[in-house]
Design a protein around this ligand. Sequence first.
Ligand code: PLP
Length: 384
Amino acid sequence: MTASPAAHRAASETGDPFLLTPGPLTTSRSVKAVMVHDWGSRDAEFLRINREVLDRLPAIAHAAATHVTVPVQGSGTFAVEAMLTSLVPPDGEVLVLINGAYGHRAKRILEIARRRTVVHETSEDTPPDLAAVERILAATPSITHVFAVHCETTSGILNPVAEIGALAARHGKSFLLDSMSAFGALPLDANAVHADAIAASSNKCIEGVPGLGFVLCRRDVLAAAKGNATTLVLDLHDQWQAFEKTGQYRFTPPIHVIVAFHQALEEFLAEGGQPGRHARYAGNCKVLVDGMRALGFRTLLPDALQAPIIVTFHMPKDPRFVFQRFYDSLKDRGYVIYPGKLTVADSFRIGCIGRLHREQMEGALAAIREALAEFGMADAAMAA
Ligand SMILES: *Cc1c(COP(=O)(O)O)cnc(C)c1O
């Protein structure tokens, strides 16, 4: 630590600024504390911990009877790429639903893997047009899979995954879901939404540290995926077979990350699992949105489309408001926010997920009020 923090500088249990971002996120001290040990990758205690992690995850999507967890070393995108390239065969064709950066990323993954795609794209503040999706599915029998993003973190929009999954099922297509920023917080029943596979990671709403992605796969779909993979390391079928045969990872596992993920799952269950986590994040989101509106900020999304994960705000038009100064001023007060990633509007984002409670959301609002005062602004209403 270079200097003692000023009295008004908020800090996490470990003295760090709070991360009001889409990830990496603020984690509890106890999650970080379990990482102070070394274990061998064949250590029986580590393998037991890893097995418990893998066994607990499908239940979060009510899929313990149908889906298995295949972990993938790396960030969340590694899991999305593993899911798309292992489950879509070379002659497959994917309808990719896009309303933000993560939909575009999936399309790029498929293009690099030379899988055919059909795109249905809507604006970043607009869910897919289900009637148009239905028309595409009816008119394009060569489509084998449908891909969607649960909460598109680019804007924070909640996409209608149940309706999309129902359309895919009705037309006999396999449904693949990127639930990265929603898994564990938003209700999700893998079978009710007809998801053959769901990709997520250690680091978002489960509040572990970054470094492990995973895909919940229907067992029969995984069993049929042998030979599809375009890379060795991201081959879900091969990774799964290794676990079935030896209980071990094929390549060095991020042991510390997995042990921290196990602790994060304990804390997740102690909070009441998905409903408990959802309640805290929804509370955070409401405090944030109400407080920001009271300060004159406007959300990109109407409340009905807003997931309680991350909120996009329009940049105030007042020339006294300079985003970099705003960002620095909040950082000095112990709160890290995130720039916008939108193409439709100049914006910034504030996250509600991670080890954050009402106290941190109210603290961030107080810091925002102080920053506006610093700029000589009474509020953020569109004065210009
Ligand atoms: C965070 C996120 C990912 C994965 O991002 P990484 O930086 O690779 O962890 C994928 N999809 C969505 C919707 C996300 O929010």
